[in-house]
Design a binder for this molecule. Sequence first.
Ligand code: AMP
Length: 218
Amino acid sequence: MRLVFLGAPGVGKGTQADRVTAQFGWPKISTGDLLREAVRTKTALGLEAKKSMDAGQLVPDSVVIGMVRAKLAEPLCENGFVLDGFPRTVPQAEELNGILHDRGLRLDRVINFRVSREDIIKRLSGRRSCSKCQSVFHVDFAAPKVSGECDRCGGVLVQRSDDKPETIEARLKVYDEQTAPLIAYYEQKQILSELDGSGDMSHVYDRLAKVLVGLGAK
Ligand code: AMP
């Protein structure tokens, strides 16, 4: 199944995409993770993207579209994928249609995660990620067994530089102005499903899995 997970930063798309990958096998393609990896390894693309990311702004469409095009061409994505954090603008959505159309494919579904602004801010400000394996924790809702240490690989947990309060505000503004219009865009294409993303992550996943099974996922 070819899926897009849509929603503001902090709604839990990435965590839910990981669970979908574990249950159904479609790989998660997170443009945020790909960009952070490029920043970490100091590639030319990473160096170009870093400034926008640190400011909570979007990286230019041309950069992310190229990355996604290359990923979708990999054999791993043949039977489906979950796009997390892409598209984030209408031009990116149009490009995605084009990339899929060229290969005789189309999106099956766009899931729009809905969470209140208050909860989003709580989730983002308490989020901590492993500096080695990128596993995500939360100081209150998903605390690691040992404070500051990754349960999976023992790496040091850090706060993403764009999860600081002033950057969170900028990212939410960017979401409202540039990404939220995608809700109407996909609604019009009649491939949008709304999902209540509030509450415990396992409950959100139960709701999500129900939607996916209803769409024929096995
Ligand atoms: P995320 O991990 O999805 O919250 O993404 C972190 C940051 O990476 C965003 O704030 C943007 O600066 C950049 N980014 C991720 N995905 C995209 C995208 N589709 N288009 C533009 N910038 C992106």
